[in-house]
Design a protein. Structure first.
Length: 136
């Protein structure tokens, strides 16, 4: 399976390493030149310096043959654009976007963005479940 991850922060780096260990073909894309150069020593050709929120950057990463595009930048708007370009321009069947502001969850769903992941929402749901179980 070919997977493109945009955003080479900690989440992007560790997800790339995990998926590579599971024998997936992965390309990590980031626009921060210094970060890319630093991670190149560990990831080799699996990381590229490009803007993942641009057609050219996604094209350079091989988006037209990707099975999944995962947007893990720190900016919800960029993650939305990445997923929209991946699905609508390049025809990628599965997109996953991390959202940082839980209020943006609705707009991502309205716009038909595949899977939306929010750490804040997940933790909030775990707390709600914990409180519900304790009341029982």
């Amino acid at each position: 399976m070919y997977i493109i991850i945009v955003g080479a922060g900690k989440a992007g780096y560790y997800l790339t390493k995990t998926l590579m260990d599971e024998n997936h073909e992965v390309t990590l894309v980031d626009w921060n030149f210094d970060r890319v150069k630093k991670l190149e020593m560990d990831l080799g050709d699996s990381i590229i310096y490009a803007s993942g929120s641009s057609i050219d950057g996604l094209d350079l990463s091989g988006c037209s043959r990707a099975d999944i595009v995962i947007a893990l930048t720190g900016d919800d708007e960029d993650n939305l654009v990445i997923c929209q370009l991946g699905s609508q321009y390049f025809g990628v069947k599965k997109t996953i976007a991390r959202i940082n502001n839980p209020k943006n969850s609705k707009i991502f769903k309205i716009l038909g963005m595949g899977t939306v992941v929010s750490g804040i929402i997940a933790i909030s749901e775990i707390i709600d479940n914990y409180v519900t179980v304790r009341k029982s």
